[in-house]
Design a binder for this molecule. Structure first.
Ligand SMILES: [Zn+2]
Length: 467
């Protein structure tokens, strides 16, 4: 239908991190000129299995894509994308401009099922003293309605309304495939990654692009006399005609601002894309801070306890230098496991969903591993917990018992002496001038032979340390 190259994100993407920065002034200026804005918001995904967590996650990012007429009227509309970092900008400073934009009759607001975002956004602001939050967005156009309008005008049959994600809509109307992985990424960690910035900006900007197609379509249909780029008056008339026929508004009632038992649904609105696998991930999303973090009284070193089902993952973690304990018994009682995790400030890694339901373990102390294969599991854990792995960490821990190594390597003579009675050192190593390392806990000896080098290469590849 259309091609991706035609829908390039405006550059640069303006990130508003304070109310004194130039980007903030720029945002206010753009809002004053805008006739259409695309809106989206991001928050940190929560685990729906945690009944006691707040039903309103704090919104951490508000994306505003502004469209306005260029100063020279023959240039057509201009777009700018702003990411308002709600973790950094004092909310009191952006509350009024956002509220005014939401309620301004001269700005059409575009969103994709934006009501949920508004509920969370409103709660985020009102809980910080910006009363009464937000309760009106008007005039508003839901992109879903525009999509169905565009899709259905040539066919009498209406397609099902509840199966379209923004990704599907963008793909069909703009020929763009939005990345789905980032939807559930941690929107509360800073700095945002370049991918997160692009993704967040795209979500708001493509709303403008879809709206442009819609406008052009209306012009072509002759429902309106003006074209998109013609004079101000004509443009104004077209907007009015669109609003008359398609305009809507979002009004939050008091009952919308009260927590409902719909957390699961809420999460899914952000996280499903017709993909079953992602559904499972939704309910098991990691909640930080990890128990080893300094801010919660830990020592700063990641520590895990692997359930018996994922013993292989424990060994892999040890190979990359991460402290990964195993339960002391082969068939541990869940309570034993949870106690050990709690006492030693470890995160329990498990594939057993039942363990997630134990209420007395803090939500940041258990994580359900989704991947099946241990290499994938390792990558999953590294990514989820943002572990930094360096090459000199590889093979720095006893894979047998999770113990650490002695400070100084042993010579062959010392190693032979140390191995007496429980470990045989192959005689072929004797003339190789190798260094030996001893586990301080189980006294197992390791040396940097062929096996060691293969293992290092393997983990360098898995952890992509060479990129
Ligand atoms: Zn050991």
């Amino acid at each position: 239908m259309d091609s991706a190259q035609n829908h390039k994100l405006p550059s640069p993407i303006h990130i508003v991190t304070s109310s004194t920065c130039a980007e903030f002034t720029h945002l206010l200026q753009s809002l004053r000129q805008s006739t259409v804005v695309g809106l989206d918001a991001e928050w940190k995904p929560r685990r729906s299995s945690q009944p006691d967590s707040s039903p309103f996650p704090p919104v951490t990012l508000l994306q505003i894509a502004c469209q306005f007429q260029a100063e020279k009227s023959d240039e057509g509309p201009k777009s700018e994308v702003f990411l308002v970092d709600l973790l950094w900008v004092p909310l009191g400073d952006v509350y009024q401009p956002i509220k005014e934009m939401f309620e301004s009759e001269s700005i059409i607001k575009l969103g994709f099922r934006f009501k949920q975002d508004l509920v969370f956004l409103s709660h985020t602001f009102s809980s910080q003293g910006c009363e009464p939050g937000f309760d009106l967005v008007a005039p508003f156009l839901d992109i879903t309605n525009i999509y169905f309008r565009l899709k259905n005008q040539n066919s009498a049959k209406r397609c099902s309304k509840d199966t379209k994600s923004l990704a599907t809509v963008c793909e069909e109307l703009l020929g763009i495939s939005l990345s789905k992985e980032l939807q559930c990424s941690d929107w509360s960690s800073r700095p945002l990654s370049e991918e997160q910035i692009q993704y967040a900006a795209a979500d708001a900007f493509y709303l403008l692009e879809i709206f442009s197609i819609f406008q052009q379509n209306i012009v072509n249909e002759g429902e309106c006399v003006a074209s998109v780029s013609e004079g101000d008056d004509d443009h104004c008339r077209m907007m009015q005609s669109i609003l008359r026929d398609f305009g809507d508004k979002i009004v939050l009632k008091e009952s919308d601002k009260v927590p409902k038992n719909t957390k699961k649904k809420v999460k899914q609105r952000k996280c499903i894309n017709g993909n079953k696998k992602e559904n499972v991930e939704v309910s098991t999303e990691w909640q930080g801070p990890a128990p080893w973090e300094l801010s919660v009284g830990g020592d700063g070193f990641p520590k895990f306890l692997c359930d018996v089902m994922i013993e292989g993952l424990a060994k892999h973690l040890r190979c990359v230098g991460i402290d990964a304990a195993l339960p002391s018994s082969k068939k541990p009682d869940p309570r034993e496991l949870l106690n050990q995790a709690y006492k030693e400030k470890r995160v329990l890694l498990t594939r057993d969903i039942k363990l997630l339901r134990y209420q007395y373990l803090a939500e940041n102390q258990v994580y359900k591993v989704k991947s099946l294969l241990k290499n994938d599991q390792l990558v999953e854990v590294i990514e989820t917990f943002k572990l930094s792995i360096s090459e000199d960490q590889l093979m720095s821990r006893c894979t047998k018992c999770n113990g650490s190594f002695i400070q100084k390597p042993l010579t062959i003579e010392e190693a032979v002496e140390a191995s007496k009675g429980f470990q045989v050192i192959p005689s072929c190593l004797f003339d190789k001038n190798l260094e030996f390392w001893k586990c301080t806990t189980c006294y197992q000896l390791y040396w940097e032979g062929t096996q060691y080098r293969h293992a290092v290469d393997k983990f360098v590849a898995i952890c992509k340390l060479k990129d």
